[in-house]
Design a protein around this ligand. Structure first.
Ligand code: ZN
Ligand code: FE
Length: 252
C-alpha cells in the first residue's frame, strides 16, 4: 500500500499535510486544529507524529488543541524549541526522524526564521518546505540575511528534480505573477502562470510542486542566471540578485 497524502487547507492560506501508511499518521505543521481533526476523523486515522518547520503561530497554533484528542510525538527545530509548545524531539541539520516507514532528514534553512528547518524523505522524494521555498516564491526574511536564505534555497535546489515539494502557504498566483514580471519572455514561467491561474480559478491547490519545476520557473532559485541578474540590473553575485528580487517582491 502506497502512502496516502492529504493536503489540509487551514486559516486563510496555510497548508498542513497528513501522511498515512499502516498505523502511522504524520502531520506536517499545525496552523489550526479544526480542519486537521476533521480530516483525521473522516478517515479514522489516529495522529501519531507531528513535524514542525518553524515557530510562527500559523505553523504551531493548532498544537495545544490537537492534544485534547491525540498526544502525538512532536518533532521540530532545536533552535526554536522554546517557542514550540510540547516539542518532544528537537532536530538540527542532518538529524533523521525515523517515523513508521519513513526517514525524514532535517535540513536547516535559516532565512525566514533563524531556526527554520525543512524535512526531506529520500525514498519517497518528498520535501516539506514550510515557509522557506514556496511554489514560484520563497519566504520573507524576518530573521536572517539574503545570503543565508540564498544558501538555504541552494541546498534545496540540489535535491532530485522529481522531489515533490509541499510548502506552507498558497501564495502561488501572486508569486507566479511576480516571476512573470521579472522575466516576461520566459516560456516556462508563462506556461506555468497559465496553469496556476486555471487551477486557482477553480479553487484548486497548486501544491505540491517539484524541485524540477521550481528550478525552471522560480526566479528566486534562478538568481544565479545571467538573464535574471540582467533583468534586475545587476551582474554576477547570485546572493545580491536574490536580495534584489526579495526586495522587489516585498514592495510589489
Ligand atoms: Zn512563517
Ligand atoms: Fe507561515
Amino acid at each position: 500500500m502506497p502512502a496516502e497524502i492529504v493536503l489540509v487547507p487551514c486559516l486563510s492560506d496555510n497548508y498542513a499535510v497528513l501522511l498515512h501508511e499502516g498505523d502511522t499518521t504524520v502531520l506536517v505543521d499545525a496552523p489550526e486544529a479544526k480542519p486537521i481533526l476533521d480530516a483525521l476523523r473522516e478517515r479514522n486515522w489516529r495522529l501519531t507524529d507531528i513535524l514542525i518547520t518553524h515557530k510562527h503561530a500559523d505553523h504551531v497554533g493548532g498544537l495545544p488543541e490537537l492534544w485534547n484528542d491525540y498526544r502525538a510525538t512532536v518533532y521540530g527545530p532545536k533552535d526554536e524549541a522554546q517557542h514550540i509548545p510540547g516539542l518532544d524531539v528537537p532536530l538540527s541539520e542532518g538529524d533523521v526522524a525515523k517515523i513508521g516507514p519513513w526517514s525524514f532528514e532535517t535540513i536547516a534553512t535559516p532565512g525566514h526564521t533563524k531556526g527554520h528547518v525543512v524535512f526531506f524523505e529520500p525514498r519517497e522524494k518528498w520535501l516539506f518546505a514550510g515557509d522557506t521555498l514556496f511554489a514560484m516564491g520563497c519566504g520573507r526574511l524576518f530573521e536572517d540575511t539574503p545570503e543565508a536564505m540564498w544558501r538555504s534555497l541552494s541546498k534545496l535546489a540540489k535535491l532530485p528534480n522529481e522531489t515533490r515539494v509541499w510548502c506552507g502557504h498558497e501564495y502561488t498566483l501572486s508569486n507566479a505573477k511576480f516571476c512573470a514580471s521579472i522575466l516576461p519572455g520566459d516560456v516556462a514561467i508563462a506556461e506555468r502562470l497559465k496553469k496556476i491561474e486555471a487551477a486557482r480559478a477553480k479553487g484548486e491547490p497548486t501544491v505540491p510542486s517539484t524541485i524540477g519545476a521550481e528550478k525552471a520557473t522560480n526566479v528566486f532559485l534562478r538568481a544565479a542566471e545571467d538573464k535574471v541578474a540582467a533583468a534586475v540590473g545587476l551582474d554576477g553575485d547570485a546572493a545580491a540578485v536574490f536580495a534584489e528580487l526579495r526586495d522587489r517582491k516585498n514592495r510589489g
